[in-house]
Design a protein around this ligand. Structure first.
Ligand code: SAJ
Length: 419
């Protein structure tokens, strides 16, 4: 077997499940992370992130001795780099984590090893990673200079799993394999075939990089179309949810759903990697980002109008006496992930401008994040429905689905829950 030991660098939302799934196939897996706390938690058989069923798989992998975490890379036969690629300044991709991860594994590389970049990356990042590795290890040969005879094989194989369904999608999804040479791709396929049941489709590294960015940009543009429609329909006094339902009866139309904006760690970031490389050409992709990023502010204007409507109907009250309840804080339905959530941004803005009490309802969490917990209280659906004067519906969690039956209050419905 070519892979006795597999190292996964970056034990976050992608790296940890990937490490755990390799370990569940009885491979020796060394997980590497700069965060000592995360390393300690994993070595206790626990997890520091939220993903359904991941705790059980990690616990089994650690207790059976297949998965071990460390802060310092150790020799392995394959290295998968799954570190964050955020953007900096004017939406320029920040490759610092890939740079430090590649420099940290370089000293332990040996002839025959495979290095895979899994992090979502701008086009050219895999070649850049190969250059960093070659610079650190002049004694080894790399595909960019030695082609098929290189000592080290390198590929880009982007992850494409949906948060909340990671363990299922890791195994079932097709995988795009972008080797720097055909032999690099072939070795990467033999690695992924350890657990991937979907098809492994070969291309080159640049196309694989662009493919991942294209997938998320395609979704961002589609959501922007739905969000733009919602703002147009609001002006024209048309129910956008009904409109989309009707338009989608056309056999070749499939419009997505408007919302309060686009959250998560990927769709609101990845399109910028295309825009920053080709600003002149990527006009639609940039505009989609701007439309989606502007949606929370549009929602805030609607909340101000809703408060004004309530005050008009209740002239004995002042704004200080108006209670607003925000329903949902997560970045999408039925998960507890609050990071990069437009619902959080909107709730924070409401707290900043509204002089009266603000309540938050989020059935998927037990306590509020630090950014909110001193300013508002976490409340049950029922008490928020009773106490609030204005309801702001931000996430279509399943728990909110039958609110419409009892709702006779002023509200802003950003997800069409009450349609
Ligand atoms: N959203 C809408 N309307 C919709 C669909 C989504 O407003 O009709 C919003 C959601 O509420 C959320 C945001 O978009 O705020 C993103 O949610 P999502 O479910 O579209 O995507 P993510 O961020 O959870 O995961 C995406 C996935 N990419 C695609 O579907 C193309 C996933 O497969 C990727 O692996 C992941 O990004 C990633 O890691 O890149």
């Amino acid at each position: 077997m070519p892979f006795n030991t597999i190292s996964v660098v970056g034990l976050g939302y992608i790296g940890l499940p990937t490490a755990a799934v390799f370990a569940s196939r009885k491979k020796q897996v060394i997980g590497v992370d700069v965060n000592q706390n995360a390393v300690d938690i994993i070595n206790r058989g626990q997890i520091h992130i939220v993903e359904p069923d991941l705790d059980m798989v990690v616990h089994a992998a650690v207790t059976e001795g297949y998965l071990r975490a460390t802060t310092l890379p150790e020799p392995a036969d394959a290295f998968l780099i799954a570190v964050p690629t955020p953007f900096k300044g004017d939406h320029e991709p920040d490759l610092t984590y890939i740079e430090s991860a590649s420099k940290s594994i370089a000293p332990v590389l040996k002839k025959g090893d495979l290095v895979i970049l899994e992090s979502t990356s701008p086009v050219g990042a895999t070649e850049q990673m190969a250059a960093w590795l070659a610079e650190a290890r002049p004694d080894l040969s790399f595909p960019q200079t030695h082609g098929e005879s290189s000592d080290i094989r390198i590929a880009h194989c982007p992850e494409r799993v949906l948060p909340g369904h990671v363990l299922h999608e890791l195994v079932q999804n097709d995988r795009v394999i972008g080797g720097m040479t055909p032999k690099c791709s072939a070795l990467a396929i033999s690695l992924y075939k350890i657990f991937v049941q979907g098809e492994c489709i070969v291309t080159n590294a640049r196309t694989a990089e662009m493919c991942k960015l294209t997938e998320n940009s395609s979704r961002d543009v589609s959501i922007a179309f739905a969000n733009e429609l919602s703002m147009i329909c609001d002006k024209l006094d048309i129910n956008v949810w009904e409109l989309i339902r009707l338009a989608n009866r056309h056999p070749r139309v499939n419009i997505l759903q408007p919302g309060p904006g686009v959250g998560g760690h990927c769709i609101a970031v990845d399109p910028w990697f295309i825009v920053s490389k080709t600003p002149e050409q990527a006009r639609l992709i940039r505009t989609a980002r701007e439309v989606n990023d502007s949606k929370p502010l549009w929602v805030i204007d609607k909340v101000k109008l809703a408060v004004a409507e309530f005050l008009q109907a209740n002239p004995d009250k002042t704004a200080r006496e108006v209670t607003i309840a925000c329903f949902g804080l997560a970045f999408k339905a039925d998960i507890d992930d609050l990071r990069e959530s437009p619902a959080i941004e909107i709730t924070q803005r409401i707290i900043a401008i509204h002089p009266g009490p603000v309540l938050a309802v989020e059935p998927n969490i037990m306590e509020l994040p630090n950014s909110l917990n001193e300013k508002i209280s976490l409340t049950s659906i029922q008490s928020a429905m009773n106490e609030a004067d204005v309801l702001v519906l931000l996430v279509d969690h399943k728990e909110f689905k039958d609110m419409s039956k009892t709702l006779d209050k002023v509200h802003v419905d950003t997800r069409g829950i009450l349609r």
